[in-house]
Design a protein around this ligand. Structure first.
Ligand SMILES: [Cu+2]
Ligand SMILES: [Zn+2]
Length: 212
């Protein structure tokens, strides 16, 4: 009987340890923002021209918005301005890069975020090519990237490039690393947000789709 006290404390301590361990291993941790939004996470990335670009090059601005229900695919709403009106057929590549570090403009964001160590274009943030219309890109896509778990892209960067992504078909090393998409025009760091921006801009986007 005398052992009951210390034993029950030990058992409680063990349970707490196991619970903590289980949480890490299963990746079942749900961020508080998702709990507030019925399991949905939102994020935002405000695109600015790269500070390391030579002057005279395109000044691309924009916003990339993210929405994801836990265990569902990530939706991404991409909005870019400042692209040329002529040569509108020139598609631009957009990717998630490894580092959320803009200390040397978009050049310090590292290579493509590549948690599974695979070739391009199989990285989770290989969003592909987008053709501007009247100097703008407006698109909604589904992506393999995630706002949840060990491979969350929160804190990493979105980069828009000068050129088209060859999607790994260029026949050289660069193609399998980054799609030979050229210089980095603009970029931003992905941060957790409320649902406000997504709700507003997604509504505008679908309204515009219905009109066209
Ligand atoms: Cu890139
Ligand atoms: Zn890639």
């Amino acid at each position: 009987m005398r052992l009951n006290g210390p034993l029950s404390i030990l058992r409680a301590a063990l349970l707490v340890l196991l619970a903590g361990h289980h949480r890490c291993v299963s990746g079942s941790y749900t961020p508080p923002e998702a709990l507030e939004n019925n399991g949905t996470m939102f994020a935002v990335c405000k695109v600015r021209p790269s500070s390391s670009l030579p002057s005279g090059l395109l000044k691309v601005t924009g916003q990339v918005l993210f929405r994801q229900d836990e265990h569902e695919a990530l939706e991404v709403l991409l909005r870019f301005n400042g692209l040329p009106k002529e040569g509108a057929q020139d598609a631009r590549a957009v990717h998630i890069h490894q580092y959320g570090d803009l200390s040397h403009g978009c050049d310090s964001t590292g290579g493509h975020y590549n948690p599974e160590v695979v070739y391009h274009p199989n990285h989770p943030g290989d969003f592909g090519n987008f053709v501007p219309q009247q100097g703008k890109i407006n698109a909604v896509i589904k992506s393999q990237a995630s706002l949840f778990g060990d491979q969350s892209v929160i804190g990493r960067a979105v980069v828009i490039h000068e050129k088209i992504d060859d999607m790994g078909r260029g026949g050289d090393t660069g193609s399998l690393l980054h799609g030979n998409a050229g210089r980095r025009l603009g970029c931003c760091i992905i941060g957790i947000s409320s649902s406000t921006l997504w709700n507003m801009h997604h509504k505008q986007y679908t309204r515009r789709l219905r009109k066209n």
